[in-house]
Ligand binder design. Structure first.
Ligand code: COI
Length: 355
């Protein structure tokens, strides 16, 4: 039940409700929890978005002929806000998401909000939903910006109108395993992305395209799928919802960004954190065979943060990396990254934005 009075203005309701939402903060997974407000902004002509506004969270109206519904002209982003012990909120690198949306919009023939519009909209949405940001140590507020062709089209063409929308949901761990190791299966028949395609941008269709392999993997007891390149079928690409890293000694390798792999913001941050901790990081082609003698494997993503991989199965052969929890390297990187995100250590990188 919403605690807000019908007809109350946004500032009235804000001054009335600074406390936390009444939910079980110890039981957050990655399932949608409806919150109070969403943000909406439109571009009806040309390339500029008009001033956006906060609205009560709820369903949206779209023409059945909207470009996003018919031809998949849509992008999304994901970022998080954390609550600090002093009650202030921290965003992690929101400008990076804004810039990634601008790049993706160019590929999908869409106009996009400026970095400033994007970041201002994120801040406004988080503050409006402040009571849904979990207490320190209980999780985060997942922020989901969407950009979609909302205008009606029938013949295949860019949409005549675009909507930028942000909604939020409190979240805990992404995988049901929590922070326990996940189990992956290498998929070598179905592919996530092709050279020249859209694998390197966060378009909605990339995620629909992995559901078949992911569902089949889950039905067999795996946590998710690791994709290979579609040409040689031997180089690692990414997992359905996150990037992959392979550790051997003091060297950490991850597939280089080359158009078929999502340029993850957590991926980029972990590379910098790892280098700052004295590891050698290589962005290059990583073969599936390198999994066989890796010391550790882990995944990174906004939703998954850093997730240790317990085993990988490839063509019937299973390689285990330890079932207990994090490996030493992923634990170290997870610890530094999450302390930075939660404001528990000094942010020398200047990555966080306090609200
Ligand atoms: C994220 O990590 O934010 C993503 O966009 C992945 C999504 C499938 C949850």
């Amino acid at each position: 039940v919403s605690p807000f009075k019908r007809g109350a203005t946004f500032s009235e309701t804000q001054s009335e409700t600074c406390e936390l939402a009444d939910i079980d903060w110890d039981d957050l997974g990655f399932a949608y929890v409806p919150t109070d407000y969403m943000y909406s902004m439109k571009c009806t002509k040309g390339v500029n978005f008009s001033k956006g506004e906060l609205q009560r969270f709820g369903n949206i109206e779209l023409s059945p002929s909207a470009g996003v519904l018919n031809y998949g002209q849509g992008l999304f982003e994901g970022l998080k806000a954390y609550r600090k012990e002093d009650g202030n909120l921290l965003l992690f690198r929101p400008e990076e998401n804004a810039m990634r949306m601008i790049m993706g919009a160019e590929r999908m023939c869409m106009p996009s909000p400026t970095v400033e519009q994007f970041v201002d909209a994120v801040k406004a949405t988080v503050l409006a939903n402040k009571r849904w940001v979990p207490p320190p140590g209980k999780g985060s507020l997942y922020i989901r910006p969407l950009l979609m062709g909302s205008g009606a089209v029938l013949g295949l063409a860019p949409s005549p109108e675009y909507t930028f929308l942000i909604y939020v949901s409190p979240v805990g761990n992404y995988f049901k395993e929590g922070v326990a190791p996940i189990h992956l299966i290498v998929e070598y028949e179905l592919h996530r992305a092709t050279p020249g395609g859209t694998g390197g941008v966060k378009t909605i269709g990339n995620y629909a395209a992995v559901l078949k392999a992911q569902s089949a993997a889950k039905a067999r007891g795996f946590s998710d799928v690791l994709y290979l390149d579609c040409v040689q079928k031997k180089y690692l690409e990414e997992v359905s919802s996150c990037n992959i890293f392979v550790v051997k000694g003091n060297t950490i390798s991850t597939p280089a960004i080359k158009g078929t792999i999502l340029p993850g913001i957590t991926r980029k941050s972990i590379i910098d954190v790892a280098r700052s901790q004295g590891f050698q990081v290589e962005e290059r082609l990583v073969t599936v065979d390198e999994l066989l003698d890796a010391d550790e494997v882990f995944c990174t993503g906004t939703a998954v943060v850093v997730s240790p991989v317990g085993s990988i199965t490839y063509k019937g052969r299973r390689v285990s990396y330890g079932e207990e929890g994090f490996g030493a390297v992923s634990e170290q990187l997870y610890s530094v990254l999450t302390k930075l995100q939660m404001g528990l250590i000094e942010d020398k990188m200047n990555w966080t934005m306090e609200l």
